[in-house]
Structures are given as C-alpha cells and as structure tokens.
Design a binder for this molecule. Structure first.
Ligand SMILES: [Fe+2]
Length: 382
C-alpha cells in the first residue's frame, strides 16, 4: 500500500456557521473580494449574512457578481484583473460550484501574470490569494479540494485546473444556506455529489482513506436525496451537505473517471447543467466498468441498502447499477443526452474532445477505455 492524502483546508460544518466567517477572514486579510452569482445569493439573504459577519469584524469587501455557469478562462482573467485593480488581499467564494471555482481561479489569476488558459495547459504558477469558500448547494464539493473547473474558449476544453495554491484556507459548510435550494438544483447538484463519490471510489487512484469517505458519502446521499428534493427538512439537507463535502474530498484526492470526462463536452458545447449531463451517461458508463469493478459495485449495494441476499457479487453489482438508474429516474433527471440537443453526428466531436483533453480522468478509469468505447457509451446514452 502506498498513497498520500493532503488537505490543508480548515472545514467548519454546521447550521449558522456563516456568522463566524468574519473571524476567520480577519486572520487572512483586510479587504475581501466576494465572488458570487448575479442574483441567488442576494435573493436568499446568504450574501447579507456574509457581509454582516465581515462588517462586524472590520473587513472591507467588494463584490464581483459576474459568475457565469460553465465559466471560460477569459472570465477568470477578467476577475483576476478586477481583484488586482481593487487591491484585495482575500477572495471569498459564495455559491455553487461555479462561484467557488471562479473564486479559486480569480485568487490564482490575481497573483499570476498572463492568461489563465496558459496555466490550464501546464504553465507553472504557485501562488494565489488566500481563499474562503462557502457553498450554497450540496453538490460540487469544491470547498474541499484544489480543483477549479473552467472552459478554455479557444479549444472548448472544459477541465479541472488543479493547483496546491487554490485549496481554501477555510471552508464554511453551513447547511442553512442550502435550505432555499429549489428541487431541480437539489437533484442535479446532489447527483453530481453522488458521482463524485462513486467515481472516486472506483478510481484507479483511490486509497483506503478516500474509499471509506466515498462509501459514507454514497450512503448519506442514497438515504437523503429524495427527501431533500421532495420534502426537504433539516436532517436531509444536513446529510446532503456533509456528503457533498465528503465526496469533494475524495474527488480531490482520488480523482473522478470517464463519466465526468464525458460530461464535460456536454457542458462546453451544449451548456448542459453538469449534474444533468452526468445522469444520462451513467448507465452505459457503469455497464462498461462493471467487469473491472464488480466487487466495489457490490459494496456500493451494501451502503445503498439494496437487498442482495443470495446474489453473487456480479449480480449485486447489476443491482447497484439498476438502483442508480432508478434513482436518476425518480429524481426527474434527463435520461438521454438528446435532451441537450446532441445529435448522432455530434458524437464524434464529443468523443474527440474527451480523448484530447480528459486524459487525466481516462487514466483513472478501470478498463482502459478506447476511443471506440467512448463513442459507444455516447451512442448508448442517446
Ligand atoms: Fe462534478
């Protein structure tokens, strides 16, 4: 056995925890850039809670509320320039995955010259402004890792930028901020968290620490996601928030596999919502990996409380796949990639994008999948 596990983020979990953000911000800077979306943090009152705590602790702040879904590297460049102009010394991301990833990107772009696209392609850079992350959805887990997903507009490669400097110094996971999430967002972000847990669990880079975290995350999600969507209460929201952060930890350490790789061009070319894009690909992807990971999939059946009495591990793995497909249906998520406007003639382009830009995720995927396998998974997901 041989592995490493590095997570330098202070994670604070609990209802009402956002009121402590100013205390932590004070340790990191004096003038914060708040990175958030145009409207939801304002409408829900979450932004108000954040700035109240900053004010109580004497932190100046300035707002960057131009976060876009599926951000381009050029959007990050714009935010980095804004951070420099306004001489901030701290970046706070408040929102879903895109807000947090944009905050991470901006914190990095503020201290590194040249376009972000170059760093995505491997240019080195090691510094970033200190970052505080505050998720308002239970899905991405970005608060618990050093990945910022963005799209290079010149190549349409959507991928995760990884850098040790963009781990949050402090992440505040306050499930109260998620109480206002509408059902559709709860479903699409929740299924994203589930696949972070599942893909990191079967990843060739998993280790005993990430595997146990991934399994617990899947257990929490499978017992609470329906409730969080259809009759949300504190307990289901809390469990989803915890599971999302846990899955975000595993994703950061062990990586995700081809399912995430194959969703990314659906987002970059068809603007699919990330979680909704994962859903219709899942069955064909899981059928592909099943022969290589059936023992792990049988273990997933246990945490999902699927009755597998008298079944072989192969049969239990099939039951797990059936249960996941059933969950996708129950949550009202898309069951075909044609939902996003994908036509048969687009599949070659999607598969080429995966092959060209997602090698990192492909190499974590059991089964050595080929270009033809990728084409087949897309075809089966139509
Ligand atoms: Fe994801």
């Amino acid at each position: 056995m041989d592995f490493g596990f590095y997570l330098p983020t202070k994670i604070l979990f609990g209802r009402g925890k956002i009121s402590e953000v100013g205390l932590h911000a004070k340790e990191l800077g004096r003038r914060a850039l708040i990175v958030t979306g145009k409207s939801s943090a304002k409408k829900t009152g979450n932004l108000e809670k954040l700035v109240r705590s900053l004010g109580e602790n004497g932190i100046e702040w300035i707002l960057f509320d131009k976060v876009k879904y599926n951000p381009f590297t050029t959007d990050i460049d714009e935010g980095g320039a804004f951070a420099k102009e306004n001489k901030v010394d701290l970046v706070i991301g408040l929102g879903g995955g895109t807000a947090m990833d944009t905050a991470k990107g901006i914190a990095f772009a503020a201290l590194n010259d040249g376009p972000m696209a170059d760093y995505m392609e491997g240019k080195s850079g090691e510094k970033a402004l200190p970052i505080i992350l505050i998720p308002t959805t239970a899905g991405t887990g970005s608060e618990a890792n050093n990945i910022a997903v963005m799209t290079n507009p010149y190549t349409m490669a959507k991928k995760g930028f990884r850098n040790p400097s963009i781990f949050a110094r402090v992440s505040i996971v306050d499930p109260e901020l998620m109480d206002s999430m509408p059902p559709k967002i709860t479903a699409s972000t929740g299924i994203d968290a589930f696949f972070h847990a599942l893909e990191s669990y079967i990843s060739l880079r998993s280790n005993p620490l990430t595997e146990s975290i991934s399994l617990k995350a899947m257990e929490l999600i499978s017992e609470s996601i329906k409730k969080a969507i259809y009759e949300p209460d504190k307990e289901s929201r809390d469990k989803m928030a915890l599971a999302s952060t846990m899955a975000g930890i595993s994703l950061g350490q062990a990586g995700v596999c081809a399912l995430h790789a194959m969703e990314h061009p659906l987002s970059s070319y068809f603007n699919a919502h990330h979680g909704e894009g994962l859903a219709p690909l899942a069955e064909a992807f899981l059928n592909f990996v099943k022969p290589y990971v059936f023992e792990k999939l049988a273990k997933v059946a246990e945490v999902m409380k699927i009755d597998t009495a008298n079944l072989s591990k192969e049969q239990a793995a099939e039951k797990t796949i059936d249960a996941i497909v059933g969950m996708i249906k129950d949550l009202g998520l898309p069951e075909s990639i044609s939902t996003f406007g994908v036509k048969k003639e687009d599949i070659q382009k999607l598969a080429s994008n995966v092959k060209d830009y997602m090698a990192h995720n492909l190499s974590a995927t059991p089964g050595n999948l080929t270009f033809e396998d990728i084409l087949k998974i897309y075809e089966e997901s139509m």
